[in-house]
Write a protein that binds this ligand. Structure first.
Ligand SMILES: [Zn+2]
Length: 121
């Protein structure tokens, strides 16, 4: 059986301890970090908390497409995501922008409704 890249083999061959794939620090319950890609998929390998933050930051920079009306659009494999950790995507950036437009319009209308209620009460 192949030993995963991110595992330390201890003196006892049957025991393996996870290690960070970047800095090789041993992973514990306290320092374990999670690296989720724009589409929610986990990036391979175990990461400690501080390396996980770095990796996510690098991913975000690499996937950055444009800032549209205060929202960041990310791109991965020609798929356009209206936010980070998004379980759906658009085939074109135009559709992604249209989605953001619709969401912002919804928020505006909700705000108007709230103000209307405030005035009435
Ligand atoms: Zn690390």
């Amino acid at each position: 059986m192949e030993v995963p890249r991110s595992a330390f083999v201890t003196k006892r061959p049957s025991i393996r301890i996870l290690a960070c794939v970047k800095c090789e620090v041993k992973i514990t319950v306290e320092n374990i970090g999670r690296v989720s890609d724009v589409d929610g998929l986990t990036v391979n390998g175990a990461h400690c908390k501080s390396c996980a933050e770095e990796v996510v930051q690098e991913l975000k920079e690499g996937r950055f497409c444009e800032n549209y009306r205060g929202k960041v659009i990310y791109c991965k494999d020609d798929k356009f995501f209206p936010e980070w950790f998004c379980l759906f995507y658009f085939r074109t950036i135009e559709h992604c922008r249209a989605f953001i437009d619709a969401k912002l319009k919804e928020l505006e209308e909700l705000q108007e409704t709230l103000e209307y209620w405030k005035e009435k009460s």
